[in-house]
Design a protein around this ligand. Structure first.
Ligand SMILES: Nc1ncnc2c1ncn2[C@@H]1O[C@H](COP(=O)(O)OP(=O)(O)OP(=O)(O)O)[C@@H](O)[C@H]1O
Length: 344
């Protein structure tokens, strides 16, 4: 399902939750809406679902009008399903009953009992719930509960799947394996997915395109690679993965860091960095060395991460994050130098 969101705003007495957002979403795209708490992600998702009628703007699905002026298509008439952070399971219903439930609606009255059984079996198989069909939610782990809510969402083969922080109640390891399951579901169903998260690594690893929101507005929109390699604003640079903002001076297309020696090509760098007098450097674009070359700093903190060591380095009052080689184990309090990696 393609979606056109045109100049959508949601204005409350106390807050502008969504502020004039426009975006075109292609059929089958996996879109992540990423932003900090309170930036309006959930409100935008609930407007698309139809739980909230936007104060202004339009939401269209192809030629079908979801929302325009006073026209508001009810949630149950939109070909979509939603997965919530809280799982939203009923304690008295078995796993299989949960998955059967969406097919009982009027929308699916044209299906025969045999067709419905086949669809439920398929959703159960594709989420690996075969052996748990008779269990009640109280007899399931968190990951199993979230798989039930995924199966319930995909059983009717909706063209649009809306997910509101679906993994945030799960532990770190389970989150990683569920990311893969959701990606597999996307490949299998070819549904359009809109996935709300405040976790940048989820957005980077899963989405075809990321919409970064801040204060109800779109801050930047692009593929994970575009957003990581070419952040267009200081917020996008620092919110999506670690980014060090090095102070210095711009002259033409050249940036010279405050050490007076380290230089970067600033061609195509968005003007906001120039205005703020900072250049964005990802941790992997610095190499830590004990030799006096590059930006000097004192190691304030270090974390061993198996393949590399993550250091926090105090550089003249700015704390930079860098990733060091485990063979060079620098100590807290030691002075080191940050030089440009060959790739930077
Ligand atoms: N019904 C409401 N009445 C008034 N203000 C609201 C209402 N719902 C949300 N807001 C406000 O709108 C803003 C956006 O809220 P929203 O829930 O969309 O943010 P979010 O990005 O999803 O945050 P979180 O990640 O914490 O869920 C917030 O400032 C919130 O307080």
């Amino acid at each position: 399902m393609s979606l056109s969101i045109k100049n959508v705003s949601q204005i409350y007495d106390t807050a502008v939750a969504v502020d004039d957002i426009s975006v075109e979403i292609q059929d089958g795209e996996f879109i992540a809406i990423l932003g900090p708490s309170g930036c309006g992600k959930t409100t935008l998702l609930r407007i698309i679902a139809g739980f909230i009628q936007a104060t202004k703007g339009e939401v269209l699905s192809g030629d079908e009008v979801f929302t325009r002026d006073h026209h508001h298509l009810p949630v149950n008439e939109r070909d979509l399903a939603m997965v919530f952070q809280s799982f939203a399971l009923w304690p008295h219903m078995t796993v299989r009953e949960h998955i059967e439930y969406p097919l009982q609606s009027k929308r699916h009255s044209h299906l025969s009992a045999a067709e419905k059984t086949a669809m439920v079996d398929e959703a159960i198989r594709s989420t690996g719930l075969e052996l748990l069909q008779k269990r009640l939610p109280g007899e399931l782990s968190g990951g199993q509960k979230q798989r039930v809510s995924l199966a319930r969402a995909i059983v009717s083969k909706p063209k649009l799947l809306l997910m509101d922080e679906p993994l945030s109640a799960l532990d770190a390891e389970l989150k990683i394996s569920m990311r893969k399951e959701i990606k597999d579901i996307h490949t299998m169903t070819k549904s359009t997915i809109i996935y709300v998260t405040h976790d940048q690594s989820e957005a980077l690893s899963m989405a075809d395109r990321i919409i970064i929101m801040k204060d109800g507005k779109i801050e930047q929109m692009g593929t994970p690679k575009e957003i990581y390699e070419h952040p267009q604003t200081i917020f996008a640079a620092t919110f999506v993965s670690k980014c060090n903002l090095v102070h210095g001076v711009f002259e033409g297309n050249t940036f010279t860091a405050y050490d007076g020696k380290t230089q970067y090509d600033a061609t195509n760098l968005p003007v906001c960095f120039n205005e703020a007098g900072v250049y964005p450097v990802r941790p992997e674009d610095f190499v830590a060395t004990g030799e006096a070359m590059g930006i000097a700093g004192i190691i304030a903190n270090k974390q061993y991460n198996g393949r590399e060591i993550h250091y926090k380095v105090d550089c003249n009052g700015d704390f930079f994050t860098i990733y060091g080689d485990v063979t060079k184990d620098f100590q807290i309090g030691q002075t080191i130098y940050l030089k440009k990696s060959d790739a930077a």
